[in-house]
Design a protein around this ligand. Structure first.
Ligand code: FAD
Length: 426
């Protein structure tokens, strides 16, 4: 994306990829990497939207589930702009071919630190966007911006087709299922390399909890079988939808964990020359709020604009200042993610509960996926959350009434021991 932006501005660009177009297309399953509204628009503005047939996600339906196999309440609202998840095997391979066609000098081979020295000597600026791999260790962790010392979730992702949309029409759009303290499952409309429209299912399990059961999985089929068992047990309202599903391909699955880290954006090479890092190479988050690819896009956009507006030289100091400026807003993606990784605070519970009754509040919450800074301050500070609710005409008594209704519903489910799917009635 950065290459496309710089080429558009008339810069000469060299792009180094460790894989060919064919390798990228034949890669194993890549992360869901759903982009939200502004990022989808930017990609299109750069002429990198090659999949008009890909399903757009226009709404999100969130079920807040209970340990008793029921749904306590649901939040359902539109996104202000559609989100889009296209298989990165398609995006990366087509993107590499495209920027080559637009004039970038493309070389293939894994870039080493020694290569970076040569590149830095022959270019005005070198940008490392190598994701979570060997080159990222060049960039020192920033102890002030790092929050976690351990991964916060165990991850499993599988892309599926053949599911039963008729069994649960909510799945025509995005569905999130949260069982707080145990698991979050994201069912995302996805454009898969092999089958086109499909669903990418991302599961985030609390380590050591009831959903942490994917460590021993060795194939997509095995992982999907474990997922179906888990859904039958913990989220039975999703069983009929998922039961007939099959993996889109034996390789379209991932398991693992992410240790979130924020690194310093500039690395100094042994020669004293420097390189800039962007994307996961510098800001790596748990994918719970789907911010990694969105952040990489936001960074590419910000730096493309700054670089074009400045004649240089692009010193380490200038680049660090620009990154700090980006971080003023970029940090909200981390705060949003870290906030959601932590147990829900009472104020956040109230916000989500209020969103289940007020679509306008839900829409503002969903906008956080597109632009996490839009959640400030009300999502991040308890007092600001209550002021925000008051401005939305939701008072303390209203919240109490919602809580009582949810409590009554949960008790009813326990008594009758059957799962319930729609939102609670007032
Ligand atoms: C299960 C899962 C689900 C996710 N879902 C979402 C989501 O819905 N939304 C979202 O925004 N984010 C999501 N993410 C995160 C997202 O996928 C990443 O944050 C994003 O892909 C990072 O982009 P990047 O360009 O920085 O790095 P990458 O996507 O890792 O790309 C790095 C590229 O550099 C190449 N490369 C690596 N080393 C070298 C080298 N030495 N020389 C040359 N080339 C090299 C690689 O082959 C690759 O093409 C998810 C992550 C996971 C694990």
């Amino acid at each position: 994306m950065l290459s496309a932006a710089m080429l558009r501005a008339g810069w000469r660009v060299s792009l180094c990829s460790d894989r060919t177009v064919e390798d990228l297309l034949a890669d194993r399953g890549r992360p869901t990497a759903c982009l939200f509204g502004d990022q989808v628009e930017y990609e299109a503005e750069l002429g990198l939207d090659f999949w008009p047939e890909a399903p757009r996600m226009r709404r999100i339906h969130l079920d807040l589930c209970t340990g008793d196999r029921g749904v306590a309440f649901a939040v359902d609202a539109p996104l202000r702009k559609p989100a889009l998840a296209v298989d990165q095997r398609l995006k990366f391979s087509r993107g590499l071919r495209e920027v080559g066609g637009r004039g970038a000098a493309v070389t293939v081979g894994a870039v080493t630190e020694a290569d970076l020295e040569d590149l830095a000597a022959s270019h005005d600026l070198v940008v490392v966007t190598a994701g979570n791999r060997a080159l990222t260790s060049l960039f020192e962790p920033d102890p002030v911006r790092c929050v976690h010392t351990e991964p916060q979730r165990k991850l499993f992702m599988v892309n599926v087709h053949g599911y039963d949309l008729g069994a649960r029409p909510e799945h025509r759009e995005g569905v999130f299922s949260f069982l707080p303290g145990t698991v979050e499952v994201f069912w995302v409309p996805f454009h898969d390399r092999d089958v086109g429209e499909s669903r990418s299912i991302v599961l985030e399990a609390a380590p050591g909890g009831r959903a942490d059961r994917f460590c021993g999985v060795t194939s997509a089929d095995e992982g999907l079988a474990v997922l179906k068992g888990l859904v039958d047990e913990l989220l039975p309202h999703e069983s009929a939808f998922l039961r007939p599903a099959r993996p889109t391909n034996p390789v379209t699955w991932i398991k693992g964990e992410v240790l979130p880290v924020v690194r310093r954006p500039v690395a100094v090479l042994p020669s004293g020359r420097h390189v800039l890092g962007l994307g996961d190479a510098v800001v790596l988050n748990d994918p719970l709020t789907g911010q990694g690819a969105n952040n990489a896009t936001r960074m590419a956009r910000f730096f493309a604009e700054e670089l074009v507006a400045f004649d240089g030289p692009y010193t380490a100091g200038w680049l660090t200042e620009r990154f700090d400026e980006w971080w003023e807003r970029g940090r909200y993606a981390n705060e949003f993610t870290n906030g959601m990784l932590a147990p829900l605070t009472p104020a956040r519970k109230e916000l989500i509960l209020a969103a289940s009754r007020h679509p306008g509040i839900a829409e503002r919450l969903w906008e956080g996926f597109n632009d996490p800074s839009s959640l400030s301050p009300w999502f991040f500070e308890g007092a600001a959350a209550r002021e925000f609710l008051a401005r939305c005409d939701v008072g303390r008594l209203d919240v109490l009434r919602y809580k009582l209704a949810v409590g009554a519903r949960v008790v009813g489910q326990k008594l009758f021991r059957r799962p319930v799917s729609g939102p609670a009635a007032t």
